[in-house]
Design a protein around this ligand. Structure first.
Ligand code: UD1
Ligand code: CA
Length: 442
């Protein structure tokens, strides 16, 4: 049976109070809609349709950026979820099989739950909604069952009377159907409700009135979190981070204070890494076994090799590689640079666009001056080299192996292997000319 996935993402998302399309807001570093889309991969759909509004260039660019294999369908006016599905199906008039509808604002549904939903649809029961029990039904549609346990009606929160409001069984929005029956019933949906919208959820009542069955498949409340407001977004991020923390700890990573460590969806961490409190890990980071990330460090786009020590208060930026047993200490920023094995940058330094060899020591206060106001230039430092404290390395420049730079030097010429580069004024002592500093004694 061929499966078509329809993702709805044309809604205005007004409750977010944002210039940005709601489903482009991020959880774990990727847009909300991408979480929903990723969960459908395991269904191996023959086609995915993504419904969006006209002029939503940002969404189209995002789909391209993430290389989403979906056909974009434009819903000209946002007349409701029922209309959005109708528009999607009209774009494929020959469609047969099963259609699975997900809302782009509902990120956490599991593939196994979707599979269960798809399997629950059969000849005699052509529709199925994914529902959940909750103590806080809030703005979710309420599900009423008939005496046989099929769905009789879904009432939107805005249209609930006193009795409906007390129902604790809610609609996740995720829906599965046989295409032919759905195509027949969709045009019968009306917009006579408090929002003046064509609700997809009205399918259940229409079906029930015509003796067509709609199954309820239940799942955990966490899977169905729909994001409408900034508050929902914060709750979703919290849920996502909790899942990541639990996963890493179960895989052998020590998180001393899990709730203060933040990950991205693509973070990779090997067992026996220790992460201290208050660490943020941005996109594209991998950390190998035995590494320690000390408190208040911020990492993105980098590879941290086995046994490396990072922080406290370190910032490692994109395209950086910290090799085995290397050390990046406090108040050090590293950008687009490679530090070789056992190399140390222990304090107060900026390392940008550089390649540093093995067992080199970069002294406190060293600055790799990589930017000349127009372009970024590269610095190469060899192995077993010693960069004296407060050296300025003006790129492009190369320092050889087993070389030295004197503390306080401004180095703008290459320093060959085994050589000392010194570029500062010689010290002069003025005998008996020290200023009177009696005041210190007083
Ligand atoms: C919807 C369900 C509600 C369910 C809840 C779960 C309906 C009528 N209601 O309510 O029963 O409990 O989700 O989170 O379906 N969209 C379009 N075109 C439109 C309108 C909406 O593409 O014309 C998209 C939105 O971008 C969004 C999704 O459909 O991704 C759901 O729309 P939304 O307005 O958020 O519905 P809810 O009020 O949350
Ligand atoms: Ca919603």
């Amino acid at each position: 049976m061929s499966i078509t996935v329809v993702i709805l993402g044309a809604g205005k998302g007004t409750r977010m109070k944002s210039k940005k399309t709601k489903i482009l807001h991020e959880i774990g570093g990727i847009p909300i809609y991408l979480h929903a889309l990723n969960s459908t991969e395991g269904l191996v759909p023959s086609k995915t349709l993504f419904v969006t509004s006209r002029d939503n260039q940002a969404l189209i660019e995002s789909l391209q950026h993430f290389d989403v294999k979906a056909d974009v369908v434009i819903q000209d006016e946002q007349l409701g979820t029922g209309d959005a599905v109708a528009v999607a199906l009209q774009s494929l008039p020959e469609l047969t099989g099963i259609v699975v509808v997900l809302y782009g604002d509902t990120p956490f549904v599991k593939t196994s739950t979707l599979t269960k939903l798809v399997r629950s649809v059969e000849q005699d029961v052509p529709f199925a909604f994914l529902g959940f029990e909750t103590l806080h039904p809030g703005n979710y549609g309420r599900i009423k069952l008939d005496t046989e346990g099929y769905i009789q009606k879904i009432t939107e929160a805005k249209d609930c009377n006193h009795v409906d409001s007390s129902l604790s069984l809610c609609n996740s929005g995720i829906f599965c159907s046989q295409v032919d029956v759905l195509t027949k019933l969709l045009p019968q949906i009306s917009n006579e409700n408090s929002s003046g919208e064509y609700y997809l959820t009205d399918i259940a009542h229409l079906a029930s009135e015509q003796g067509i069955k709609t199954r309820l498949v239940q799942c955990d409340e966490h899977e169905t979190l729909g994001i409408n407001t900034r508050n929902d977004l914060a709750v979703a991020e919290h849920v996502f981070q909790s899942q990541m923390r639990n996963r890493f700890m179960s895989e052998g990573v020590t998180l001393i204070d899990p709730n203060s460590v933040y990950f991205s969806i693509d973070t990779k961490i090997a067992p026996d890494v220790v992460i201290e409190p208050n660490v943020k890990i941005g996109k594209e980071v991998s950390i190998d076994t035995g590494a320690v990330i000390h408190s208040f460090s911020y990492l993105e786009g980098c590879t941290i090799s086995e046994g490396a020590q990072i922080g406290p208060f370190a910032r490692i930026r994109a395209s950086s590689e910290i090799s085995k047993d290397a050390k990046v200490g406090n108040f050090v920023e590293v950008k687009a640079s490679k530090l070789g094995a056992r190399t140390k940058v222990s304090h107060l330094s900026y390392v940008g666009d550089a390649s540093v060899g093995e067992e080199t020591n970069i002294g406190a206060g060293t600055v790799f001056c990589n930017y000349d106001g127009v372009s970024k230039n590269k610095t190469v430092v060899g192995s077993q080299t010693f960069i004296g404290s407060n050296t300025l390395l003006i790129a492009p420049v190369e320092i050889g192996n087993e070389a030295f730079t004197a503390a306080g030097s401004v180095i703008n010429q290459n320093v060959p292997d085994h050589s000392l580069g010194i570029a500062r004024k010689r010290q002069k002592n003025l005998l008996n000319k020290a200023p009177n500093h009696k005041f210190r004694k007083g």
